[in-house]
Design a protein around this ligand. Structure first.
Ligand code: PRX
Length: 661
């Protein structure tokens, strides 16, 4: 979105007068119903987080809640010892072994019901298997799987041993996997033969083989057989999960970890071509995620909670694996796509498992809206009590549809703002307290100090927009970028901090506006990061994938507004001399990006142009390209070195239909 466009959108949002106080039936049963919790947190924030920390299991308590003596490198629950799986598994096995941890449903329709006792046993078996492979505390393990039960089990098995997991979303390419394996120097890879997607098999093991062949650190590969597709197994290196894991003992002592030991790496796109390995540690992450999960989703023992994200993203790490298990919740995991075998699959699942709390993405909601009301109407959705969204701003129209057609007009909606880096939800309603406005994530949660500032870092008055920042550390925050602390400081803390005055301010990369009532309205990224279907993709990453193709001389990529996916990727490509651009090359380039990064990064449209519009200093004018992509009236182009080219590109782009199938 351009600044103007954003301004128009937000003005439209501000016309949004509808308000939804917590329904009285909800309030009567809610965990939190008054604003006292915000005051309690503000009056002694560290003491208050320490109280929240009492709800998880520690082997040794901390000496200090927060060490912020070397900013921006935070330490939480300093000196404490724990193993996160004792909070997620052992205590529940002791108290309610037969409670269901996961109802798992495969895309073809097969199901598994996994109790806390079952989960504990299989996690221990998997951990014993990893010990047999020679892995020890601190080793990195790359995980590249579909949404099978063995995926959360693999994460937890690593955590049981103090191994650091690095999950790579199954939709990423072999190249992307190779980069991540290499950066983390992973010693083992856990994968599947294949993953089901809309009735076909994605050959994960083949892609993992290709990736591993380009790396040097991998000693063992464990393969879950899911789809039965043929795979190559390398003698001595590769092991089937069922051969290796199920013969192991069903218990193993959890390895004692420090609160600040690494729990996982999760790579995310930034404003350069190289993804960043976001580092999360154990103690603070457990406290921050379990607190927010319990209170944002108002989790009770009899809830059936379903977060539809993939575990390959942070939403899955925090709100499918660690927090729900720490809270002893019963969750649903679904393996496949929402349109298989028909477009009512999600609603069939809600009905089948009597889901009470549903957490999904605006892009999914907009897709469901487009498919039509008849699909949810086929099912009894009366079990639902609360709905959540995450990943991108939700437009009021989609919010209202979600509220009425899915929530039956009775369920509060929590629009939750957070990031891979923040680890936990930071801005969201508390459903028993907050009056919501469709399209607004409302307020920072208790203990969170957010602000909206101008270029100079000064708070802007209510009613204005600016940059979203965080002014105080929070427990689940990232600790650094793996292997690159300088980049951590530069990316997140350089822009608005004033180290001389002792002021450290985290810049989220998002624009936001507060209305007269102080409600936060998120406006999307202000940097060169696109948000496609709630997934973060860097323009530079796609550009460098395009330029990597032998026919391409130069490329510029922008995110243009798209009704369904939020943004769609629009590419402008200059070809090398003698190469002519045709439909065949467009297909080839899209395929090339898919191979370099993953299908999610394929440009929706590609325009060939003799030149890219540049300023006299040689900077590509992305704003203009965005205007062209969104078919807006072009503004003043006289500052351009090559002004004519703009009109040529605009003409070509206007003849273009989306090349996305
Ligand atoms: O731009 C914001 C958007 O998603 C970005 C974070 O992306 P990622 O690290 O992939 O994590 C997504 C899931 C936590 C943010 O910088 N975003 C996330 N949630 C919202 C949002 N934008 C508006 N409203 C939200 N609720």
């Amino acid at each position: 979105m351009t600044g103007d466009e954003r301004e128009r959108t937000i003005e439209a949002l501000f016309d949004e007068q509808r308000q939804f106080p917590p329904p009285s039936w909800f309030k009567e049963q809610a965990l939190v119903t008054t604003e006292d919790i915000y005051k309690a947190a503000d009056s002694d924030v560290e003491g208050w987080w320490a109280k929240q920390a009492d709800s998880v299991v520690w082997r040794k308590r901390w000496e200090k809640v927060l060490d912020w003596s070397d900013p921006p490198f935070a330490k939480w629950f300093v000196g404490a010892k724990l193993n996160i799986t004792e909070s997620c598994l052992d205590r529940h096995v002791a108290e309610h072994p037969d409670r269901v941890a996961y109802y798992w449903e495969g895309e073809p329709g097969d199901t598994r019901t996994i109790t806390y006792a079952d989960l504990h046993a299989e996690v221990c078996q998997a951990a014993n298997a990893l010990v047999e492979l020679g892995l020890t505390k601190g080793d990195r393990v790359a995980i590249y799987m579909g949404m099978v039960p063995e995926l959360p089990i693999a994460l937890l098995a690593c955590a049981r041993l103090g191994l650091v997991h690095s999950v790579v979303f199954g939709g990423f390419s072999a190249d992307a996997l190779a980069d991540r394996i290499e950066d983390a120097q992973a010693k083992a890879v856990i994968t599947c033969d294949g993953a089901w997607r809309a009735g076909s098999v994605i050959p994960l093991k083949d892609m993992a083989d290709e990736a591993i062949s380009r790396t040097s650190s991998v000693e063992s590969v464990v393969v879950v057989r899911r789809c039965g597709n043929e795979v190559n197994m390398l003698e001595g290196r590769d092991h089937y999960w069922h051969d290796l894991v199920y013969r192991q003992p069903r218990s193993i002592d959890a390895v004692e970890c420090d609160s600040e030991d690494l729990l996982y790496l999760l790579y995310t796109s930034g404003t350069t071509a190289k993804p960043k390995g976001i580092v999360h540690t154990i103690g603070g992450y457990l406290v921050g995620t379990s607190f927010t999960h319990r209170y944002v989703f108002d989790i009770h023992d009899d809830d059936v909670y379903w977060c539809t994200a993939d575990i390959g993203w942070v939403t899955g790490h925090s709100y499918i694996v660690y927090a729900p298990l720490a809270n002893g919740a019963t969750s649903v995991i679904y393996e496949g796509v929402p349109q298989y075998p028909d477009k009512d699959r999600f609603w069939a699942i809600v009905e089948r498992y009597k889901v009470t709390k549903l957490y999904t993405a605006p892009t999914a909601i907009r897709t469901f809206m487009k498919w039509g009301d008849e699909y949810p109407a086929r099912h009894d959705l009366s079990s639902l009590k609360l709905l959540g969204t995450v990943g991108e701003p939700i437009n009021p129209e989609a919010w209202m549809w979600y509220h009425e057609k899915i929530g039956g007009g009775r369920c509060p909606i929590v629009d939750t703002w957070w990031q891979t880096e923040t680890g936990q939800i930071l801005i969201s309603p508390l459903p028993g307290v907050t009056t919501t406005k469709p399209g607004s994530a409302t307020f920072p949660l208790p203990g969170i100090a957010a602000d909206v500032v101008d270029e100079a870092g000064n708070s802007v008055p209510l009613g204005s927009g600016g940059y979203l920042v965080l002014k105080r550390p929070w427990p689940a925050m990232l600790r650094t970028i793996y292997g690159d602390p300088g980049r951590y400081v530069d990316t997140y803390w350089r822009r608005f901090s004033k180290p001389d005055e002792g002021k450290w301010v985290y810049f989220a990369g998002d624009g936001a506006k507060r209305d007269e009532d102080g409600y936060y309205w998120l406006l999307g990224r202000v940097d060169d990061v696109m948000n496609v279907s709630g997934h973060r993709i860097s323009t530079l990453e796609v550009e460098s994938a395009l330029v990597d193709h032998p026919a391409v001389a130069e490329a510029a990529v922008v995110g243009r507004a798209d009704e369904r996916t939020g943004q769609a990727i629009a590419a402008f490509v200059t070809l090398k001399g003698g190469v002519s651009g045709d439909d065949q090359l467009i297909t080839e380039l899209r395929e090339h990006v898919s191979n370099k990064i993953g299908k999610i990064a394929r440009p929706a449209s590609i325009v060939f142009t003799d030149e890219l519009p540049k300023t006299r200093s040689g900077k590509i004018m992305r704003r203009l390209l965005r205007d062209i992509s969104e078919r807006r009236q072009l503004g003043d182009v006289t500052t351009l070195a090559n002004a004519d080219v703009v009109h040529e590109i605009a003409e070509q782009a206007s003849n273009l239909s989306n090349s996305e199938e």
